[in-house]
Design a protein around this ligand. Sequence first.
Ligand SMILES: CC(C)(COP(=O)(O)OP(=O)(O)OC[C@H]1O[C@@H](n2cnc3c(N)ncnc32)[C@H](O)[C@@H]1OP(=O)(O)O)[C@@H](O)C(=O)NCCC(=O)NCCS
Length: 145
Amino acid sequence: MSRVIFAPVAASEDMLAQALSAARLPTVDLDDPGRAFFALSDDAGPIGVIGLEGTGADRLLCSLVVLPARKRRGYGGLLVARAEAHARQDVAERLHLLTQTVPDFFQSRGYRPAERASAPASIGSTAQFASLCPASAAYLVKDIA
Ligand SMILES: CC(C)(COP(=O)(O)OP(=O)(O)OC[C@H]1O[C@@H](n2cnc3c(N)ncnc32)[C@H](O)[C@@H]1OP(=O)(O)O)[C@@H](O)C(=O)NCCC(=O)NCCS
């Protein structure tokens, strides 16, 4: 395996929107303020993307995609771990997320189910919570401090 690089990626990058669209994840909020995106890549090209939203103790983890040809090799877990490390360095204490597709993936990485109504205001007011993700999406939280 060649060296893997985790680096910020601009919200305007075509690769980001294409990866999210292909995975049927939201793109309309890509340019919303307070969002940061990261890409994992190696010598063979892009592997996947992930996003963080917000400031302060509570952040939203979002926009996780591993490109189809790169799945099931640990890169999804690596993207989550690197995003957690980035948020922790930026003094975040908890990560929150909504997922319709892979709650088990996140639960096996330390995220626990919670009541959506219990989300702090800074998380509940994000576009993903307020409008983009259906009520049926699972809400999960992880303490990372
Ligand atoms: C979810 C996703 C990021 C996982 O990436 P990956 O690189 O294949 O994941 P890893 O190789 O690190 O880990 C594989 C693990 O994920 C689980 N997994 C992967 N895809 C899954 C799926 N579609 N349904 C259920 N579990 C899945 C595997 O069972 C495995 O679990 P384990 O580690 O507990 O044994 C990838 O499948 C993806 O991009 N999916 C489409 C977009 C999506 O649903 N994103 C999440 C939005 S919240």
